[in-house]
Design a protein around this ligand. Structure first.
Ligand code: AMP
Length: 429
């Protein structure tokens, strides 16, 4: 299949070809036609599938065909959870709309609002926004959403995880009721389904990869390791393997900082990216990682979400995620676009419950490899780590993991789960 057969205009085809895309990705093949027909769409797709073009290309076409109002009110609103994702979507829109007479802008928090407001005043057809800053400007009467024709909720699952549900509901109240709605999410929890049901009308369902399954191109390995030896092991893997670009996940911001410092002391060019870092530091770290001046980017789940890092050869879970869906998001950073990648998890005995939850979710038994000299003490405690010293993210409601009633016997299923510990699963990120 080619882009020509999807019904896109010449101006868009020209921009697509300039970008170097030759074949539409599966999500683009499935999403573009119904969006062009004006239908609501519920899409299951994660970052790396080409989903951004899947919704932005048809939106650009619809807007360029629609009637132009001289003052250019916002006609398409794209909500995203993070600043980085918002900025990336805008960058894509700018490229795809090069040969169209459409204006686009992005607004997000953490930076001065003045330039954003000035841009809005000049008229913007497509606005990409994070919910917080949008509400802020709306409350100040600096933005009108009364002419929105198309609403996109991108990475809806992550928006709920980050506690944006109330903000989304407030935004919905100021939008015209008659509009086209597109919702993209990598996972479909009960909360997402409820949100989708409240927003979408007779949606067309499209899916890029089966929900919660991991890509075949990714080689997944679990290295059991004593907790206190994880830093030494990751440094050994990077230096001895001569790895050039590695994305490392930690559970907490503090953990990310600490590991980054240790890596730097060991001569590895590394930077941390998490919620406590200012926008400038985050952008700089990501740029350094992309251009190769940084070898390792150490990230928390929320900060890493939505980052467009193409063809990453290595992803390492320095700590296993306590939300099993995050494992799928994390390893989705490697093995993209047909390239193979490696996702390594450093697994200490106190993460036994997390590993079990992940294996249940992905429906796979992850292969275990022991590395000599790093094996954990067989008598080490398998009690889950204590969490929750930090503040809870906004008003987020942590997902409750399913209770494991199975009695699977394997070398990974150790002690009993302690549900009380799960309530703070989203803190500190
Ligand atoms: P996304 O999932 O939207 O973040 O896109 C992931 C990456 O794939 C981005 O770097 C896009 O520029 C790229 N991409 C999107 N669509 C295509 C396509 N049809 N062919 C090649 N690359 C693409």
């Amino acid at each position: 299949m080619s882009f020509n057969s999807l019904g896109l205009s010449d101006a868009l085809l020209k921009a697509i070809s300039k970008k170097g895309y030759t074949t539409p990705s599966p999500i683009q093949q499935k999403a573009i036609p119904p969006v062009l027909e004006g239908k609501d769409v519920l899409a299951s797709a994660q970052t790396g599938t080409g989903k951004t073009a899947g919704f932005t290309l048809p939106i650009l076409q619809l807007l360029s065909q629609g009637k132009h109002l001289s003052h250019r009110p916002v006609r398409a609103l794209i909500l995203t959870p993070t600043r980085e994702l918002a900025a990336q979507i805008l960058a894509n829109i700018k490229e795809y709309s090069e040969f169209l007479d459409l204006r686009s802008a992005v607004i997000f928090g953490g930076v001065n609002q003045k330039p954003q407001v000035a841009q809005l005043r000049q008229g913007v057809d497509i606005l990409v926004a994070t919910p917080g800053r949008l509400i802020d400007l709306q409350n100040q009467g600096l933005i009108s959403l009364a002419k929105v024709e198309i609403l996109v909720l991108d990475e809806a699952d992550r928006m709920l995880d980050m506690g944006f549900l109330r903000d989304i509901e407030r935004i919905l109240k100021v939008l015209p009721t008659k509009r086209q709605n597109l919702l993209f999410s990598a996972t479909f929890s009960k909360d997402i389904k409820k949100l989708a049901m409240g927003i979408l009308h007779n949606p067309v369902h499209v899916e890029a990869t089966p929900e919660n399954t991991t890509v075949d191109a990714i080689i997944q390995k679990v290295y059991p390791v004593a907790k206190e030896k994880k830093t030494e092991l990751i440094i050994k893997l990077i230096t001895e393997g001569n790895w050039k670009q590695i994305l490392v996940f930690t559970r907490t911001k503090q953990g990310a900082n600490k590991l980054t410092e240790s890596m730097i002391s060991a001569g590895i060019k590394a930077a941390a990216i998490h919620g406590n870092k200012g926008q400038g530091a985050r952008t700089k770290a990501l740029a350094g990682f992309k251009d190769g001046s940084l070898t390792a980017l150490v990230a928390t789940d929320i900060a890493a979400r939505g980052l467009d890092i193409p063809l990453l050869p290595h992803v390492v879970n320095f700590e296993l995620p306590n939300i099993p869906e995050d494992y799928v998001h994390r390893i989705g950073r490697t093995g993209r676009a047909g390239a193979s990648g490696e996702a390594i998890s450093l697994f200490s005995p106190d993460e036994t419950v997390f590993l079990r939850d992940i294996e249940k979710l992905v429906g796979l038994k992850l292969p275990i490899e022991n590395i000599k000299g790093f094996e954990p003490d067989p008598n080490a405690s398998k009690e889950p780590i204590k969490q929750g010293q930090g503040r809870q993210q906004r008003d987020s409601t942590p997902r409750k993991p399913k209770t494991d009633t199975s009695n699977r016997s394997s070398n990974n299923s150790f002690g009993p789960r302690r549900p009380s510990q799960n309530n703070d699963r989203r803190s500190n990120r």
